[in-house]
Design a protein around this ligand. Structure first.
Ligand code: SOE
Length: 383
């Protein structure tokens, strides 16, 4: 008999679409132990949620997300809402015995993140956080190469996430409101690269040695306002910070939505004694590897197309060599790993849970404190 996982989704915007697509595709491309069933979608707007359900094949639509907790048929709840409600929704679902997959960052505030971590520790259900970039095959290959010792002793982590959509003409959507988002580019983008840095190195940040947070655009037009009414944009537009890892590496992180000329440049580079790795999401199928053991005459950055089944992580599930994959495939790959775990199998690579994402949230907090006080912050001071 086919084993199924009944899924409920809360939220129906950008991530609601990305995740719905992943649930629809995953069992077509991967042999997963459980087949997801798109059981219920919940969102605030009745007409919108019904339209969404019809388009994506969700069996039921509701405007009352709490009903999901009372529905015994639902196994996994996917939280795709703005950051300020992650804690309330995730904790309610964990208390009802559900598994929870929550969008990143874990929460708007460290306090909420801590409550989520505590609820997860007590819960029967498993937790996951959608740090989707871990599951790009090139990133997954970098993870394997680091563990095989191919870069040796790590000296540097250089990470930046540069976007440019947040200029003065962009309206005051929730991502620019502190009470809903918690922070701006920081929680939205630095969260990803902190997660990637922690994931790839397997190391922990011990200190943020300095940071700058800047809000360049302090007012924006309210969405839908015909008269051009403006409101306060009170989150950071960019946060830059420096950090140290436990095993000695030094790191720089930069997130911005005002990097004119860059649209979605999620970049990470690791430099070690034996070699170096670099990856940029805008060329997501490529991993660049520099082998420092090579003859200096022919040494150089090697461009690896990470699409070969049998060799590159997740590539078996997709297309022949160099028939490249895109943004949505990271979510499908992650869904495959979530279903493996829920079906009693191992994920291909470690998945972030609430406890892991809480560590990333602590680093986010430390960077904001460092920027605010213009001083170094030890991670042991951020609880
Ligand atoms: C917007 O900045 C955004 O959609 C983020 O919220 C995502 O997490 C990132 O992957 C792409 O950009």
């Amino acid at each position: 008999m086919e084993r199924v996982c009944n899924v409920a989704l809360i939220g129906q915007q950008f991530m609601g679409r990305a995740h719905s697509n992943a649930y629809l595709k995953v069992a077509k491309f991967f042999d997963v132990p459980l087949t997801p069933v798109l059981h219920t979608v919940a969102a605030r707007d009745q007409e919108g949620v019904e339209r969404f359900a019809q388009r994506w094949g969700w069996q039921q639509a509701t405007t009352r997300w709490r009903e999901i907790a009372d529905n015994d048929a639902i196994n996994l709840v996917d939280v795709c809402t703005p950051n300020d409600v992650h804690a309330e929704q995730s904790i309610a679902m964990l208390e009802a015995g559900k598994h929870v997959a929550c969008e990143k960052p874990l929460a708007d505030t460290l306090e909420h993140a801590r409550a989520m971590k505590a609820a997860a520790a007590k819960a029967k259900g498993k937790t996951f956080v959608w740090f989707n970039y871990r599951r790009c095959p090139a990133v997954a290959l970098a993870y394997q190469l680091v563990r095989e010792g191919r870069i040796g002793r790590l000296y540097h982590v250089r990470a930046s996430y540069l976007q440019s959509w947040g200029g003065p003409d962009t309206p005051l959507v929730w991502r620019f409101e502190k009470k809903r988002a918690g922070s701006g580019a920081h929680g939205d983008l630095n969260a990803h690269i902190i997660d990637l840095a922690r994931f790839l190195t397997g190391d922990q940040i011990t200190e943020v040695t300095g940071g700058i947070a800047e809000t360049f655009i302090k007012e924006r037009v309210k969405p839908g306002s015909k008269s051009g009414e403006r409101g306060r944009s009170d989150v950071d537009d960019c946060v830059v910070f420096l950090a140290r890892f436990k095993q000695g590496a030094v790191a720089s992180f930069e997130a911005t939505r005002l990097a004119t000329g860059h649209q979605n440049a999620n970049y990470i580079e690791l430099n070690g004694s034996a070699g170096a790795l670099r990856w940029n999401f805008e060329d997501m199928n490529l991993l660049w590897f520099y082998d420092n053991q090579e003859d200096a005459r022919t040494a150089g950055w090697r461009r690896i197309m990470c699409t070969s089944g049998g060799h590159h992580p997740y590539a078996d599930a997709w297309w022949p060599d160099a028939h490249i994959i895109g943004y949505e495939h990271g979510f499908v790959n992650m869904t495959a790993d979530i279903l493996r775990v829920l079906g009693g199998q191992q994920p291909l690579l470690p998945l972030p849970d609430f406890a892991d994402a809480y560590e990333t949230q602590r680093v986010l907090e430390a960077a904001l404190l460092a920027a605010k006080h213009r001083s170094a912050v030890k991670m042991s001071e951020v609880k």
